[in-house]
Ligand binder design. Structure first.
Ligand code: SAM
Length: 206
């Protein structure tokens, strides 16, 4: 998976590659998809949601440019696979998932795997997690119509947000950087994520 799907497409960060080597994707997919666990694609995880494509997990993590010691906010825990990759690198990961069943399942799995630096919340991640702000890095793993206005306010100086923004079918993967209080935005490439549903995201069933 790493050499054919990730390194060959240009992901070169050692810290990211080491984390991806360590976290076993087959532990995060339903039993019925075990044989496809290392395929180059997203996979269903129940509740109408997906575990992201391995390449997408790797490249988003590389764009975050996480430093050891960073405090990271993740919106969209899903299976917890990306959460585990983040927790291998960052000091603390705060992850928010709106679907209760997925959040509880991911929490149980990640605790059983020994992660003690992950903090879970069931709720609307478009509002961020203000009690623990500011965050050094923020990752949104669902497609947003616009950058939720709460998130830049919860980003520390020299912080980075990685977020897919667009319509419900195609989004642009964006990197937003904060330096000396000023924000700059960079477009990377088109991608396709499940919708970010919430107060500052898409309305449900619309
Ligand atoms: N990175 C995850 C993984 O590795 O399994 C996949 C995340 S999945 C593509 C996107 C997740 O975002 C879904 O589980 C969905 O329920 C969640 N989500 C959508 N809107 C949300 C919101 N406002 N707050 C928190 N989670 C949200």
């Amino acid at each position: 998976m790493l050499s054919e799907q990730i390194i060959s497409r240009g992901v070169s960060s050692k810290i990211v590659i080491d984390a991806m080597m360590k976290v076993e994707r087959h532990k995060f997919v339903p039993q019925s998809f075990i044989n496809s666990a290392y395929d180059d694609s997203p996979l269903p995880i129940g509740e109408g949601q997906t575990i992201s494509q391995p390449y997408m997990v790797a490249v988003m993590t590389e764009y975050m440019d996480i430093k050891r010691g960073d405090k990271v906010l993740e919106i969209g825990t899903g299976s917890g696979y990306q959460t585990a990759i983040l927790a291998e690198i960052a000091s603390e990961v705060y992850t928010v998932e709106r679907n209760r069943a997925l959040s509880l399942k991911a929490e149980k799995l990640l605790k059983s795997l020994g992660y003690s630096n992950i903090f879970f919340k069931i709720g609307d991640g478009t509002l961020g997690w203000s009690e623990f702000a500011p965050f050094d890095r923020i990752l949104v793993t669902a497609g947003a119509p616009l950058v939720p206005q709460s998130l830049p306010h919860q980003l520390s100086d020299n912080g980075v947000i990685v977020i897919p923004v667009g319509d419900k079918f195609t989004q642009m993967l964006k990197i937003i950087k904060r330096e000396n209080g000023k924000f700059s935005e960079y477009d990377k490439f088109f991608c396709c994520f499940v919708p970010l549903i919430g107060d500052q995201g898409w309305m449900e069933n619309k």
